[in-house]
Design a protein around this ligand. Structure first.
Ligand code: HXC
Ligand code: NAP
Length: 300
């Protein structure tokens, strides 16, 4: 990856788990970490996708990226994965809570199962992974850094993405709470709230063509103020490296937006209020077909 601002080897000796590291933002952060010297573990539900990413990134960075199939909604499976990683080479030094599920929908159209489909991954799953690591770090007296990938909707609300906004807001409170509770153990927790960084997973579910030109990106959201463009992957990776590297041990409990200032001028999906029933039916159909394609590849 080009444009990383850190010197080679800055993450040498670090051992980092990136949940959802097989695709999208998790994949690019894993690439940066491996390139800068860390041993990286990635997890997700599609083993084939993970294996391919782990191989590509290991080849590309000449670093070590290892894939583990795990559904973070299952607490026992999470604990088994974390035990496997500890047995593989010792304690992790870092965790990135990146795995997530999301789709745009009018909230009145959601079923309880639809809400849980998102909350079980984001809210509960991220907690299970943080807990499985945290209890081992405290027991082993290990220092560590946790980064959770949130959204700017934790500050200004997430119309049409309410289960995601609620779950991410919960993780924001987890970040502030555990920064205080686990700070004395040398465990830091921070979070990143990205603006739009186009990925296949997010755009299939948040930016389907039926929404009239796209809902996800900066331009499509009609953002006039700030740096009105999508984010570049290296910009996110530089921030994710800064929070993971040694040298900012006094920084904890913070959620940092990297969104060109978009959330200061709106930047959520409130403009979708103008869509009619037919447009929402079309959007739902498109999202379902993306979900079904991904589901067919799951191994856990
Ligand atoms: C309404 C929907 C729906 C839709 C699914 N459901 N899609 N409801 N509108 N578009 C409902 C279903 O009807 C069902 O409820 C329930 O959700 C569960 O559906 P499943 O397909 O069985 O879900 P599951 O297999 O658990 O898959 C979870 C998922 C899926 C979240 C629905 O999309 C997924 O696995 N996503 C992972 C990847 C992802 O989402 N990436 C995007 C992250 S981007 P009923 O009652 O009908 O049975 C992000 C923020 C980006 O987080 C910010 C950008 C700026
Ligand atoms: P993505 O490519 O769809 O990434 C989501 C990842 O999570 C996938 O690799 C998925 O893999 C994994 N995952 C989902 N459910 C899981 C489960 N139960 N167990 C384990 N892994 C699971 O989308 P993305 O855009 O890169 O999103 C990454 C993160 O950035 C998310 O937290 C998202 O909310 C956040 N974010 C993204 C943007 C953006 O513009 N892209 C903006 C703000 C915030 P499997 O399906 O194989 O499990």
């Amino acid at each position: 990856m080009e444009n990383l601002m850190f010197r080679d080897g800055i993450l040498k000796g670090k051992r980092i788990l990136v949940t959802g590291g097989g695709t999208g933002l998790g994949e690019v952060m894993s690439e940066a970490y491996a390139q800068l010297g860390a041993t990286v573990y990635i997890c997700g539900r599609r083993k084939g996708v993970l294996d391919e990413t782990a191989k590509n990134l290991s080849d590309k960075t000449r670093g070590t990226v290892k894939a583990i199939a795990c559904d973070i909604r299952v607490a026992e499976a999470v604990d088994d994965m974390i035990a496997q990683i500890w047995a593989d080479g010792g304690a992790l030094t870092g965790l990135v809570n990146n795995a997530a599920g999301n789709f745009i929908s009018r909230t009145k159209d959601l079923s309880p199962r639809g809400f849980n489909a998102i909350a079980d991954i984001v809210f509960r799953g991220s907690f299970y992974v943080t807990l499985a690591c945290g209890k081992r770090w405290i027991e082993g007296k290990n220092k560590a850094s946790v980064i959770s990938i949130l959204t700017t909707w934790i500050w200004n609300g997430g119309p049409f993405t309410v289960p995601s906004a609620m779950s991410k807001a919960g993780l924001n409170v987890m970040t502030m709470s555990l920064a205080q509770e686990w700070g004395p153990h040398g465990i830091r927790l921070n979070a990143i709230a990205p603006g739009p960084f186009p990925t296949k997973g997010a755009w299939e579910r948040l930016n389907p063509a039926a929404s009239g030109g796209g809902a996800g990106g900066a331009e499509a959201r009609g953002v006039q103020g700030g740096i009105a463009r999508n984010g570049e992957m290296y910009e996110l990776c530089n921030l994710a490296t800064f929070l993971m590297a040694d040298g900012c041990e006094y920084l904890t409990g913070q959620t940092i937006a990297i969104d060109g200032g978009m959330s200061l001028v709106g930047g959520n999906f409130s403009r979708l209020a103008s869509l009619d029933d037919a447009a929402w039916d079309a959007i739902r159909g498109q999202i379902r077909s993306a979900n079904d394609k991904d589901k067919a590849q799951r191994s856990v």
